[in-house]
Design a protein around this ligand. Structure first.
Ligand code: NAP
Length: 286
C-alpha cells in the first residue's frame, strides 16, 4: 500500500517532534508554519514545505493541525487560503491542538458542510512523549474516520482512545489538564512548604517520588525544580488557556477557581512563555 501523504500545520514545541516521528516512520509530510523559519529543520529531514493550508489539503490525503488555541485553529480553517477556502471533498482533517469542545463541534459541522471528514484528537503528554512517540491520543471521531487515522496515531502515540463524537475528546482533554494543573500546583506548594520548614527540595522530591504520592508528572518535573530552570515544554500560558476553557465548559468545582487564578497571576507576572512548572516561581514570591 502506498504511504499516506500528510499535511502538517503548526511546528511548535509539539508539532516539530511529532512530524519528525512521521518522517522516521516513512510518511511523506508537507509542512506549513506561520513563521516559515521553523520549517527548515524539518525540510532538512525530508519534509517538503507548502505555501498555504489550502495547498496542503489539496495535495495531501489528510491534514493535521497542531496550533496554539481556538483562534489560531479557526484562522487556519477559515481565512483566505485557509483549509476551507476551496472544495476538497472527502479529505480528512485532524485537529490535535487543545481547543474547547464547542470549537471542536463547530469545526466538525463546517467540515461536514464542505464534505470533509473531521477528527478531534488532542493529546495528553508533553514534548518528551511527543519525541518518543508515546503520547496518549484522545479521539473524537466516527469509527470509519478513526480507522483511517489509526496508522498515524500508532506512530505518534502509545495509545489512542476513542471517546465518542468530535467534541468529546476536547472535553476529556480539558479534564485531564485540570488534573495536571492540580498536580503541579500541589507539587509547587508542597516543595515551598517543606523548604520553609527547613527541608531541602532535593530531599522532599525524593520523598514524593519514592512514595505513593509520586507520579509521572512529579518525576518529569523534578529536574527543573532542582535546577530552578523552566524552559517551556508545555508553556504556562497554554495551561491558563485550558483552565479557562474548562471553566467555560462548565467546570465549577471547589478548586478550579483558585487554581485558574493562581496560574493566571503567574502569566501576568511574565511567566506565560516559561514551562508550566514555573508556577513554583510565582508562588515563591507570594
Ligand atoms: P507552541 O509551541 O506555542 O506552538 C504553537 C503553534 O501554533 C506554532 O506553530 C505557531 O506558529 C502556531 N500558531 C499560533 N497562532 C497561529 C495563527 N494565528 N495562525 C497560524 N499559526 C499559529 O505550542 P505547542 O506547545 O506546540 O502546543 C500546541 C497545542 O498542543 C496547544 O493547543 C497546546 O495546548 C497543546 N498541547 C501542548 C502540550 C505541550 O506540552 N507543549 C501538550 C499537550 C497539548 P508560529 O511558529 O508562527 O508562532
Amino acid at each position: 500500500m502506498e504511504a499516506l501523504k500528510i499535511g502538517w500545520i503548526g511546528l511548535g514545541n509539539m508539532g516539530n517532534p511529532m512530524v519528525q516521528n512521521l518522517l522516521k516512520a516513512g510518511f511523506e509530510v508537507v509542512v506549513f508554519n506561520r513563521t516559515k523559519d521553523k520549517e527548515k529543520e524539518l525540510t532538512a529531514l525530508g519534509a517538503t514545505s507548502g505555501a498555504c493550508p489550502q495547498e496542503l489539503l489539496q495535495t495531501c490525503d489528510m491534514v493535521i493541525t497542531m496550533l496554539s488555541n481556538d483562534a489560531a485553529v479557526k484562522e487556519v480553517f477559515e481565512s483566505e487560503n485557509g483549509l476551507l477556502s476551496q472544495d476538497n471533498p472527502n479529505k480528512l482533517i485532524i485537529n490535535m491542538s487543545t481547543v474547547s469542545p464547542e470549537t471542536s463541534r463547530y469545526l466538525a459541522t463546517i467540515c461536514t458542510a464542505h464534505q470533509l471528514h473531521f477528527i478531534d484528537a488532542p493529546v495528553s503528554g508533553s514534548v518528551k512523549p511527543a519525541q518518543d512517540g508515546t503520547l496518549v491520543i484522545l479521539v473524537g471521531a466516527t469509527d470509519e474516520d478513526y480507522l483511517l487515522a489509526k496508522p498515524i496515531f500508532n506512530v505518534l502515540g502509545k495509545v489512542s482512545i476513542p471517546v465518542g463524537e468530535p467534541g468529546k475528546a476536547s472535553s476529556a482533554k480539558l479534564a485531564i489538564n485540570y488534573l495536571l494543573g492540580l498536580n503541579l500546583q500541589g507539587l509547587a506548594e508542597t516543595i515551598i512548604f517543606a523548604e520553609k520548614s527547613g527541608v531541602r527540595k532535593e530531599d522532599m522530591l525524593s520523598i514524593i517520588n519514592e512514595g505513593a504520592c509520586g507520579n509521572g508528572i512529579t518525576n518529569i518535573k523534578a529536574n527543573s525544580i532542582l535546577n530552578d530552570s523552566y524552559p517551556a515544554a508545555f508553556a504556562l500560558k497554554h495551561l491558563v488557556k485550558d483552565l479557562r476553557l474548562a471553566k467555560e465548559a462548565g467546570l465549577d468545582s471547589p478548586l478550579i477557581h483558585p487554581l485558574y487564578d493562581s496560574y493566571k497571576a503567574a502569566q501576568k507576572e511574565g511567566l506565560g512563555d516559561e514551562d508550566v512548572m514555573a508556577i513554583i516561581t510565582s508562588l515563591r514570591n507570594k
